[in-house]
Design a protein around this ligand. Structure first.
Ligand code: URP
Ligand code: ZN
Ligand code: ZN
Length: 465
């Protein structure tokens, strides 16, 4: 096993901030101390750099069949791009096909990832139906380290499940000590609004947003909260996009309901005006929920600051403009829903939190790494820097500026032909990225490929060794 000494860095976790040296022995952090005098196979000088836990993106869709095509990043390209951006663990979504066992879906996703992933990965399980006789499967999944589920109120006829199914799955998940992730949007009403728009010939990309009112997201949150409360299960609202929806989360939390929510960089940095760009350009941002009116951004930033929003994930679900988004030329209903972002999260959030002085360095680390580790059963193996933790470490240059662009080799390795953040200037860049002790990326070059492992996650409230 090789050793690596990181010297003179400023170690920042969700709670600490100090200057020290750090010794990695094999896959884990072995020692942290002042001016460590130890021999190591490799020494990295981290003067003027932040040394932070590797990012955790709790919401990605790699190699996912969706919208008549398959997301453009698979586990090989997607995890490399994530690593370039300082993310060392993802939680992707395995899908259970209607009428089939969750384990079949899980096997399929293991096959997609095994031998291809460069960073570590876990799986949430998407449930598309759950008759009473199959409920015991859920308990077995938890034993396999799949301790969270995603269910959809959106996408009728595809991933949507009815309220009865929600209740059954919620109840079982609660009894098993697992967590429910909810896509909260009233897809049934939204489909009616879409039908009306289409009947009026309103088929340009902007109608994707105009047919998905924030009230329908808020209604979804409200309903999910009520069902979770009765079913007694911890609830996590995914990709929360609007002030309307956040209000429902706050209300529930004030009542003492165990509900938290994530938002995504796209809802913090982008807005509905992107759909009004020339021609078919708006298709780049056709995602669900849709981008909202700009004033929502401030409310979401405040939600992160005050803790009603607990995590920032990307919902990375890339589709190329060419041949994929183009499926919806002339009809927004056929544009595959999703956008890329897994590579840009740490820099964008550093810029938005620290450079723009909204939040502390600690809160930035918490929002991009620690909170996901704690929420999804990976702490303290992941999500912090401590003796015994996995050496998933980012040496972060807080001063380096980059302009995010599909043409910038320092910001774009995702297998997709555009950037959702084209032209955004950000300060802060992941310079060296370690995954379980291996240097994966250094100065924009990939040094290690493959080697990512499945993370068997713990149940809610349990620590992962
Ligand atoms: O548009 C999106 N978000 N695509 C991925 C599927 C989902 O709802 O998360
Ligand atoms: Zn969703
Ligand atoms: Zn998603």
């Amino acid at each position: 096993m090789s050793t690596l000494l990181i010297k003179n860095g400023r170690i920042v976790t969700a709670t600490d901030d100090y200057y020290a040296d750090l010794l990695v022995d094999g896959e884990t952090v072995a020692m942290i101390g002042k001016a460590l005098s130890v021999q190591a196979d490799e020494v990295i000088d981290a003067t003027d750099r932040l040394v932070v836990p590797g990012g955790i993106d709790a919401h990605t869709h790699l190699d996912m069949p969706f919208g008549g095509t398959v997301s453009a990043d698979d586990f090989e390209t997607g995890t490399k791009a994530a690593a370039f951006g300082g993310t060392t663990t993802i939680i992707d979504f395995a899908i259970q096909t209607k009428g089939e066992s969750c384990f079949k879906g899980l096997d399929t996703w293991h096959q997609k990832a095994e031998g291809k992933a460069t960073i570590d990965y876990g799986f949430h399980m998407i449930i598309t139906d759950m008759p009473v006789e199959r409920l015991p499967e859920m308990s077995k999944l938890a034993d396999e380290g799949v301790t969270s589920y995603k269910l959809f109120m959106a996408y009728p006829g595809v991933l949507y499940v009815d309220d009865g199914t929600l209740y059954r799955a919620f109840r079982q998940a609660g009894q098993d000590g697992t967590r429910i992730c909810m896509h909260a949007e009233n897809g049934i009403v939204i489909d009616e609004i879409i039908r009306e728009a289409a009947a009026d010939g309103k088929l340009e990309p902007r109608y994707h947003a105009l047919t998905r009112p924030t009230r329908m997201e808020a209604e979804g949150v409200h309903r999910a909260v009520a069902i979770a409360e009765v079913a007694e299960v911890p609830l996590y609202i995914v990709h929360l996009s609007s002030a309307d929806a956040l209000k429902e989360v706050k209300r529930a939390r004030m009542r003492g309901v165990d509900v938290t929510a994530e938002t995504c960089p796209q809802y913090l940095f982008l807005d509905q005006s992107y759909y009004f760009k020339e021609g078919f350009e708006g298709a780049k941002w056709v995602m669900t929920p849709a981008l909202r009116e700009k004033w929502n951004q401030d409310v979401l930033w405040k939600g992160l600051e005050f803790g009603h929003l607990c995590n920032v994930a990307t919902d990375h679900c890339p589709f190329c403009m060419k041949e994929q988004k183009e499926l919806g030329l002339g009809d927004f209903r056929k544009i595959p829903n999703g956008a890329p972002g897994v590579e840009n999260r740490l820099s964008l959030m550093y810029h938005g939190c620290v450079v723009e002085q909204r939040m502390s360095l600690n809160r930035w680390v918490e929002l991009t790494s620690t909170a996901a580790a704690k929420t999804f059963g990976m702490f303290p193996k992941k999500g912090t820097i401590a003796v015994g933790s996995d050496a998933d470490i980012v040496i972060f240059n807080p001063n380096r500026r980059e302009t995010i662009s599909v043409d910038n080799p320092f910001t774009h390795h995702m297998n997709v032909d555009y950037s959702a953040y084209e032209g955004f200037e950000v300060q802060g860049w992941s310079e060296v990225v370690l995954s379980r002790g291996r240097v994966v990326c250094r100065d924009g070059k990939l040094e290690t490929e493959g080697g990512g492992q499945f993370v068997r996650r713990a149940r809610v409230g349990e620590l992962l060794r």
